[in-house]
Design a protein around this ligand. Structure first.
Ligand code: HOZ
Length: 429
């Protein structure tokens, strides 16, 4: 496979950007080699600058549930741009998107649009502290909630991929207010609340972890978290940046029947443009300025093009879309597991809806500790064997692959056939 142009650009990018990239995981450090520079994309496919074509399972890390360049999204963005790129004033498209969100998720009584998932979670944490008058935020080992100080403690995603310690630059005084526990361990949560309940403002969790690879919640875990929070006067924040509108129209809260106090969004809500949001109980959201004293602001918040892309994306997602995603993803997960078995590779395929991860482990993977036991080197070999065969996966053992509505049965069959060979190659060492 020709990669000269990507290599040349990466050398240049290294002179301009730390590690040659503008977000860590895409640097391929988790798998080695040179990241492909992407020239263009359409549907389920992307093309790199050397002209190689791939079936894409990154989908810009989740937002592109309709695939690349969906015509309705493109049209909506173009229409919005023609009317003005940004106003810094309220505009009607914010209302349309907010109403669509509330129709799908009635527990979001009020919301605020921001420009990224990181902004959304940082604001939700400030709001929880301001609302409860408490300082501590319980998070879980391996969950990633964006790059804000309070949440960069035992974080997954790039922090895990690069094997970094809790980030330098986060003051110890901040980090001590973020106790962490193993995910899926409700008994540990109950114990922690018994010890220091009155100081805990909120529990924040990914409802399906995507940032340690895909981890599914135990049946009673999410409901148990909501219950413990209610008992102790803490808020339950569900981080649906990845899962929102992905694992069902109602996100993970809808899928698992959980009632949150606050929810954070990113990715799909912006249809590929930079958007985040947080929302939930009206009495909590009304503490946000200017209704209340908890400050949050942003020049590009509610940006019309981003609102248009999010609106068009949500409008396109029907019950049939989710049925297709479920069906294709199940087919893919089963085919991958079978391919691994045939190749004698010890692999667990974790899947929830259209999010999935192939873990190189013979044991069940259900929390950060079990995910860390995986053979990340073997994953790296598998990743490159797939890339060579035209399949573009997330370049880390600790990320989720995403299936889109634009993927076809043929894409999935092609992927399974490639994986059969890739597993065998990865096992050779
Ligand atoms: N944090 C995202 C993955 N979970 C994006 C990573 C990237 O773009 O490098």
């Amino acid at each position: 496979m020709k990669t000269e142009y990507s290599e040349k650009l990466f050398a240049k990018a290294n002179e301009l950007f730390p590690g040659g990239v503008n977000s860590p995981v895409r640097a391929f450090k988790g798998v080695g080699g040179t990241p492909r520079f992407i020239a263009r994309a359409r549907g389920s496919r992307i093309w790199d600058v050397d002209g190689n074509q791939y079936v894409d399972y990154v989908g810009s890390w989740g937002p592109l549930i309709l695939g690349h360049c969906h015509s309705a999204v493109m049209q909506a963005v173009q229409d919005a741009l023609r009317e003005g790129a940004s106003f810094g004033a309220p505009s009607p498209r914010e209302i349309r998107l907010a109403e669509l969100v509330r129709q799908r998720m009635p527990w979001i009584q009020k919301m605020r649009f921001v420009s990224s998932g990181t902004e959304a979670t940082a604001a939700a944490v400030r709001l929880a502290r301001g609302f409860t008058g408490r300082d501590d935020i319980l998070k879980f080992d391996g969950c990633y909630h964006g790059a804000a100080d309070a949440l960069l403690v035992k974080a997954g995603s790039g922090v895990e991929t690069l094997g970094l310690p809790d980030s330098p630059g986060v003051p110890a005084d901040v980090a001590r207010h973020t106790p962490t526990l193993p995910w899926n361990d409700l008994a540990a949560v109950v114990r922690l609340f018994r010890d220091r309940g009155p100081s805990i403002a909120a529990v924040i969790t990914e409802p399906v972890v995507g940032n340690m690879g895909v981890l599914a919640p135990n049946p009673d875990f999410l409901e148990g978290l909501a219950r413990v929070c209610r008992q102790h006067g803490a808020l339950f924040i569900v981080d649906e940046v990845m899962t929102g509108f992905r694992v069902g129209a109602g996100g993970a809260c809808g899928r698992f029947g959980v009632t949150p106090d606050l929810v954070t969004f990113g990715k799909i809500i912006g249809g590929g443009l930079p958007v985040g949001a947080f929302g939930g109980r009206a009495d909590v959201m009304d503490r946000i300025a200017p209704a209340g004293p908890v400050y949050q602001a942003g020049t590009l918040s509610g940006n019309p093009m981003a609102m248009a892309a999010g609106t068009a994306t949500l409008e396109q997602l029907s019950a049939a879309s989710y049925a297709k995603l479920e069906d294709l993803s199940a087919r893919l997960a089963e085919g991958l597991a079978e391919g691994a078995r045939e190749a004698g590779a010890a692999v667990k395929v974790n899947r929830v809806g259209s999010m999935l991860t192939v873990f190189f482990s013979g044991e069940p993977v259900f929390d950060a500790t079990s995910a860390r036991r995986c053979d990340a080197k073997c994953f790296g070999r598998y990743f490159h064997a797939m890339l060579e065969r035209g399949i573009y996966l997330p370049p880390s053992q600790f990320e989720a692959a995403f299936v889109s509505v634009a993927h076809s049965v043929e894409d999935v069959e092609l992927t399974i056939a490639a994986a059969k060979e890739a597993f065998a190659e990865a096992m050779k060492g």
